[in-house]
Design a protein around this ligand. Structure first.
Ligand code: AP5
Length: 212
């Protein structure tokens, strides 16, 4: 299946994408992780994107479309894919259609802005593989160390409270309209993202089984 993870920053898209990707045995395209790797490697695309990411703004569509094209060139989507963090606006959604990416479901993880602001303070992210943890809700086995790859866990630059508020504003204005776009196509699945990580995953899997 090819599944889009939608939802505000911090709704749990990356966390659920990892669980689903392991369960379904499909690859994940995370534009956020690709951009953070490009920043860490000091590549021009990353350094350019950083200016937008640090302000909580979206990176220009042409950069994202380049990332999607590179990904499609290097991956066979025959078994499906989890799209985490893309599309982010209607233009990107239309571009995916034009590139022939057939979407089976768009999952909207619903979490209120106030809960997001609280959650982000406790997020820790792996510098190496991008895995996401939470000091209380989803802690790693060893503090500061990624369970999956042993990488160092850090606080993301854009998790500062003022940047989170800006990311939420950008989400409501530019990304939320995508929910209607996929609802009209009959592809939308809405899942309450406020329960724990495992409970949310169970609800999500059940909802996906209903459409298979
Ligand atoms: P991106 O990396 O995509 O960030 P985001 O969408 O803002 O989402 P996050 O990664 O912050 O959160 P998430 O929903 O994945 O939540 P997570 O699972 O980590 O993008 C970053 C930036 O890159 C953007 O602002 C933009 O500038 C740029 N960008 C990326 N893609 C782009 C695109 N396509 N177009 C343009 N620009 C783009 O969980 C969050 C926390 O909550 C964690 O601590 C986690 O452990 C915890 N948690 C998860 N689930 C639960 C739960 N059920 N209960 C309690 N805690 C939970």
């Amino acid at each position: 299946m090819t599944i889009i993870m939608l939802g505000p920053p911090g709704a749990g898209k990356g966390t659920q994408a990892e669980i689903l990707s392991a369960k379904l045995g499909v690859t994940t395209l995370s534009t956020g992780n690709i951009l953070r790797t490009a920043i860490a490697e000091k590549r021009p695309v990353g350094l350019d994107a950083k200016k937008y990411m640090d302000k909580g703004e979206l990176v220009p569509d042409e950069v994202i479309i380049g990332i999607i094209k590179d990904f499609l060139a290097g991956h066979d989507l025959g078994k499906g894919c989890i799209l985490d963090g893309v599309p982010r606006n209607i233009n990107q959604a239309k571009m995916l259609d034009e590139m022939g990416v057939a979407i089976d479901a768009a999952v909207s993880l619903e979490v209120s802005d106030s809960e997001i602001e609280q959650r982000m303070g406790g997020r820790r992210s792996c510098l190496k593989c991008g895995a996401s943890y939470h000091v209380k809700a989803n802690p790693p086995a060893k503090e500061g160390v990624c369970d999956k790859c042993g990488g160092e866990l850090t606080i993301r630059e854009d998790d500062k409270p003022e940047t989170v508020r800006q990311r939420l504003a950008v989400y409501h204005k530019q990304t939320e309209p995508i929910i209607g776009f996929y609802a009209e196509k009959g592809k939308l699945i809405t899942v309450d993202g406020t329960a724990g990580v495992e409970e949310t995953a169970e609800k999500l899997v059940k909802a996906l089984e209903m459409i298979q």
